[in-house]
Design a protein around this ligand. Structure first.
Ligand code: 16G
Length: 242
């Protein structure tokens, strides 16, 4: 494909499509280098500035990454997260990764007014607070902060979650089968502590998720999670218009 100078589509957008096609067609894999900005400019008759604009966009989208002094490379595809009531463990296993987690904090706290409202319990009632670093094939993926009313899961604090799924534990040891949920997702910037835990430069983009999950109409978990935006994207099928 060549750049069409008569097209109303800006040249940097045309080059974007050409490069994405070219990466797919040549079967270029993760961490393979793409030609330099100079080579691309010469190949497609474009200024260095236009080529840089295209590459900047593809880097910002997470399709390519730059290594200073080395070049530009094909990035790993992001993990497509679907909006379903699956656990991290199930989700990662289904994608062929080995999930794990590291406990960062386990406490029993009195519920603040806000948490009590979200969990539909009395303020001051005890809740399990569980903070975990979630990894896939050893790589940090997300920080999950779960809040669960103690009355639903007495003794949870004595059970280890190392290498274990919380949802599976709820089901097997407490007979709690989550059957509905709601989730909000918003863009955020990682604070320095979370960035260090996730192995990201401070100020990196993240996806902030808040999930309430229910069993038989009772709110079991309020989870506030920070997912790496460079590794995750959301994918959802769309309902027809009503
Ligand atoms: C998911 C949930 C989280 C839950 C975890 C349990 C989000 C976005 N996701 O990651 O609320 O605590 O699964 O995973 O909040 P586990 O069963 O593997 O421990």
């Amino acid at each position: 494909m060549a750049i069409d100078p008569t097209s109303p589509i800006p040249k940097y957008s045309q080059l974007r499509e050409i490069l994405l096609d070219w990466i797919e067609e040549t079967g270029l894999g993760v961490d393979d280098a793409i030609p330099s900005e100079r080579e691309l400019g010469a190949l497609y008759g474009l200024s260095r500035m236009t080529v840089r604009q295209t590459i900047d966009h593809l880097v910002a989208e997470g399709k390519l990454y730059r290594v200073p002094g080395k070049g530009t490379f094909v990035a790993r595809p992001k993990i497509e997260m679907s909006l379903a009531l699956t656990s991290f463990t199930e989700d990662m296993r289904a994608r062929g990764f080995t999930p794990d987690s590291q406990d960062l904090a386990r406490r029993i706290d009195p519920a603040s007014g806000h948490l009590a409202r979200m969990l539909d319990i009395e303020p001051g009632s005890p809740i399990h607070h569980i903070e975990r670093l979630r990894t896939a094939d050893g790589e940090p993926m997300a920080l999950e902060r779960s809040n669960i009313p103690l009355s639903l899961v007495p003794g949870l604090d004595e059970r280890s979650l190392a290498g274990r799924s919380l949802y599976q534990l709820l089901e097997e040891e407490y007979g709690i089968l989550l059957d509905s949920g709601e989730q909000t997702i918003e863009a955020g910037i990682c604070d320095p502590t979370d960035a260090r835990l996730l192995g990201l430069p401070p100020g990196s983009a993240v996806l902030l998720m808040q999930r309430r999950s229910f069993a038989n109409g009772r709110c079991v978990e309020l989870a506030i999670s920070t997912y790496r935006a460079d590794r995750y994207q959301l994918h959802s099928t769309l309902d027809p218009r009503r």
